[in-house]
Design a protein around this ligand. Sequence first.
Ligand code: GCU
Length: 597
Amino acid sequence: MAMGLLFSTFANAQGTPLIGNVLNRQTTSLNGNWNYIVDVQEEGYYDYRMNPTQWGFFRNAKPQRPEDLVEYDFDKSPTMPIPSDWNTRDERLFFYEGTVWFKKSFDWKQKEGRRTLLYFGAANYDTYVWVNGKKAGHHIGGFTPFNFDVTESLKEGENVVIVKVDNKRHAEDVPTQIFDWWNYGGITRDVLLVDVAPLYIENYSLQLQKPLLMKQGQPIANQQLQCSVQLSKAEANQQITLNIPELKIKKVLTTDKEGKATLSFTAKPQLWSPESPKLYEVNLTINGENLSDKIGFRSIETKEKQILLNGKPIFLKGISMHEEKPNGGGRANSTADAHTLLSWAKELGCNFVRLAHYPHNEYAIREAERMGILVWSEIPVYWTIAWTNPQTYQNAQDQLRDMIARDQNRANIIIWSIANETPHSAEREAFLGKLATYARTQDNTRLISMAMEVTGASNYVNRLNDAMNKYVDVISFNQYIGWYRDVNDAPKMKWEIPYDKPVIVSEFGGGAKYGNRGEKNQRWTEEFQENLYEQNIAMLDKIEGLSGTTPWILKDFRSPRRVLPGVQDYYNMKGLFSDKGEKKKAFYIMQNWYKTK
Ligand code: GCU
């Protein structure tokens, strides 16, 4: 029987809508050492040798009688620290793509009249969860959070959570079976038990309303803010208090029959900006229970070929980044990891990062917000997606929904990106057009973009001719003149971008091995990469409406596609930093150009 069929009785993966601002809720962490069993042939499900009432590792079965046959034992199996990717925690699993089962025991005190959600920051890729042998839920997608209400499965005393994670790739997945980054598998972000009242604030948004109110080209003090709150149940006439002490704002919102409340009001916030990343303490209270957050207020708009932050044109001095620790450390998943990488971006002179190619962890978004770094956040609709598969579309849309639901209150996120380098076709436009339209229903305050493909160049003319132009606010594209095309063409290149919208070059660059010195025409030397950057920057300056760029990429990163011995060794070497944080010569070319911006 197909796994899906046998597991099909699982609660719909979206059983419990995502809870917002989990980091400021009442949580018990399940991070720490978890036992794990590597299950190459899905033994944990197909173990026909066990009698039907005992099959399945999710039972955490133990022999009851001397003659009982149980051919696994979590408690005698190895452990690994969670959150982490298994690839860098167990060298036998460095390349592993398949199922690993995880088990964690924890003590629990029943809480009368309370609900408990089991929350995962992310698990890559296909995840099933049981609590005390009872199904909790199923989730597909490697980079967005999910939670299940497990109140009825918990008991006083010892409890056991069992998780099955399968990171095998498939053509109909999002991303597909081909992508240029390491397929880190496992429970890669926090696992938390969230304690909530029977009726709780599920999610909310608090934003500056568009358009920014201006006078003589300057934002005026009094601005319109809008708060909307969604409760966990469709209950009307519930009152929620909104309190922003520093702005002397205290409002009461009352829910409608869907359990949703919306209120607009005026306030005089100091606007969030890279130079002054001001965050306000915000408190939302219902039935005496308070949920706090730190929220910044800013406006992001476009006007013809300009991007306006708080009403003023801004040039986005960016860099692309993967979510990967330096020094071969695997998936990044903490504030400390984020601070290291974002500090490198700051050193480069950045006010902006493109978090490629999937939603990064919440700690990274919040650290960037504190550091005054604007963010492009993206779902992994990458390369040759199964455009005509309805499940594939639903998966992409669910990942987009959850990326926005988690981060919609982060002032530094200014762009939601729905795709990267997707080949032109009618099916691709239908899929992405629907996704872009959906994104606006989830958040109409931010800009929508995607990394488009430049159509072929003839006689040095690069033309952007992408039907998706009408769906996006910012025209972005990747180009690799000098790496996948001759660097000597750069000075002759002309760019035709026939859309009256701002332009971001969302990738350019080339590879070099740190410390490898030589002639500038010698591939893989720092001089080659340095010359490539010099030629590209000279060309970028000629692109009309250029409002920003995010060169590829901050640091060298692991990829199974980069196998040149002695140079790549399973690393993509396009970093301006080596994986150890050493600056290559091209770093200084980019840093100096950003100083002129
Ligand atoms: C592509 C892609 C990146 C990839 C890069 C490269 O543009 O978007 O994910 O790593 O090129 O070839 O290095």
